[in-house]
Design a protein around this ligand. Structure first.
Ligand SMILES: C[S@@+](CC[C@H](N)C(=O)[O-])C[C@H]1O[C@@H](n2cnc3c(N)ncnc32)[C@H](O)[C@@H]1O
Length: 465
């Protein structure tokens, strides 16, 4: 793979020196098999297409500052490597899906030995964050519209129906009475109609209304009385992935302010005979108070909400012996939140590292509950460290490796986890949502059976004693 990159960088440097065209230079490379030549041609072409954005990243992140000065001469290689890191991996995965099954996936990873790779790797978080920011601007520029910056960076507004308080028809009638109009046949170009006052039901998340960017519903009476919950589409996925069934006890490990807790509660209550308990923990006292208040407004009176450090909750406590599902939605950098303007502050290297280590710890704690069958992990971060990185390191722990696997969630959702974690999903401003990540760990069936057998064996041994 390194050879492809060095040849691609060579072709690119020759193009910059006006020694030929990308096609001519790639296809005339000596001693390179023809399929490799085609790959090199594609990498160089795509890198050039994205050069403006990569240049902006190089400058804003400061790749050539201080220690980076020594790498100035390697500019073509830097363009290639950043392209591969940010875009190439994804493209080759998509090509693999769409074309031949036999084609090899080009899997990019920074090498730990190469000084240039190491240098770029140290900027990886800033590179990803800056890329996300620039793409927002890029997308809106290409739409040709003149809007304020705030509008340019905005996502759709989502409003979820609290089905315990209100039905779909009443909710639609309510918004119609507030001068919105319900759209059944959505026009791609103008999804919210000429006046931008249309709204429709989302295709992926049940009972979720979609409104135009900038619609403010905070003072809406149905929102105030808890019949409607303002919740970004992306943040609806974790509870759906958790999918509590009729008698499961469930834990929401980091619950406040409680949007997901309540969504889990609703999903549990859709079974009229549900006997499952829902435990909601949060470390922060004030946030737990807010969680309790909101649950009250939403009509979820019997959620057991505790102001407690989940890391100190004993997984072997008999109180939790029937807990089958746990949601872990821990504190994160928030780099996916479009409104978070302090993206560089949030994406500070040290902070990300310490967050990722906390996230790993709390996720492992959830996976250590004896009878848990599914643990869903989510963040509103776009950094690889807090998402795929955490999942990867958790999967490397022996007890997780032996007992759990990643479940392929929402197979129809196109934006999958990076670095090969295609069972997980990501959401992005390109989906008109905040940036988000969800992974679901499921206990292996054989493990469950052998646990049952072991229990039976112990019991029969005890009977013999
Ligand atoms: C991203 S927020 C959770 C959002 C929430 N799930 C929702 O949907 O509204 C993360 C929460 O984790 C809580 N937290 C951080 N460390 C914790 C710990 N050790 N145990 C329990 N909660 C913790 C924070 O106080 C914060 O409220």
């Amino acid at each position: 793979m390194n050879q492809i990159y060095s040849k691609s960088a060579f072709v690119l440097s020759q193009v910059f020196a006006k020694k030929g065209t990308v096609k001519g230079l790639s296809l005339n490379l000596p001693n390179v098999p023809s399929d490799r030549k085609k790959q090199i041609f594609a990498i160089v072409t795509e890198t050039l297409k994205n050069k403006t954005i990569i240049d902006e990243i190089i400058n804003s992140v400061g790749i050539f500052k201080s220690k980076g000065k020594q790498f100035r001469k390697k500019y073509p290689m830097i363009l290639i490597l950043i392209y591969e890191f940010l875009i190439g991996n994804e493209k080759s995965k998509n090509n693999q899906k769409n074309n031949s099954k036999k084609r090899r996936i080009r899997k990019f990873k920074f090498s730990e030995k190469d000084p240039l790779h190491k240098h770029l790797f140290s900027f990886r978080t800033q590179i990803v964050s800056q890329f996300a920011r620039l793409k927002i601007k890029e997308n809106s520029k290409s739409s040709g519209e003149t809007k304020s910056n705030q509008e340019l960076e905005s996502i759709f507004r989502y409003a979820r129906i609290n089905i315990l308080k209100c039905n779909k028809e009443d909710a639609i009638q309510h918004f119609i009475s507030e001068n919105f109009h319900f759209i059944e046949n959505i026009e791609k170009e103008k999804p919210f109609g000429d006046d931008n006052k249309g709204f429709y039901l989302d295709f992926d998340v049940p009972n979720l209304f979609v409104f135009a960017s900038g619609t403010d519903l905070h003072q809406d009476t149905f929102v105030i009385n808890g019949s409607i919950i303002l919740q970004d589409k992306a943040s609806c996925f974790p509870a759906l992935a958790l999918n509590p069934s009729v008698s499961d006890d469930v834990i929401d490990a980091c619950a406040a302010p409680g949007n997901k807790t309540f969504q889990i509660y609703e999903l549990m209550k859709q079974f009229p005979n549900n006997s499952g308990k829902l435990f909601a923990f949060d470390l922060d006292f004030q946030r737990t108070e807010l969680l309790r208040k909101r649950l009250n407004v939403f009509g979820a009176k019997n959620v057991i909400a505790q102001n407690e450090d989940f890391l100190k909750v004993n997984p072997n406590d008999p109180l939790f012996s029937s807990v089958k599902k746990i949601l872990v939605d821990p504190s994160c950098s928030g780099t996916g939140i479009i409104a978070n303007q302090n993206i560089f502050e949030s994406a500070n290297e040290e902070r990300i590292k310490s967050l990722a280590s906390f996230q790993k710890k709390i996720l492992l704690h959830a996976l250590s509950f004896k009878n848990v069958e599914r643990v869903v992990y989510s963040t509103c971060s776009i950094t690889i460290e807090e998402n795929e990185g955490v999942v990867d390191s958790v999967l490397k722990e022996d007890f997780v490796q032996n007992s759990f696997h990643l479940e392929n969630i929402f197979p129809k959702w196109k934006r999958r986890g990076l670095n090969g974690f295609v069972s997980c999903i990501r959401c992005s401003f390109e989906d008109k949502t905040n940036g988000f990540f969800v992974a679901s760990f499921v206990r292996n069936l054989s493990q469950k059976k052998s646990n049952k057998k072991r229990k039976k064996k112990i019991q029969s041994n005890e009977n013999l004693d």
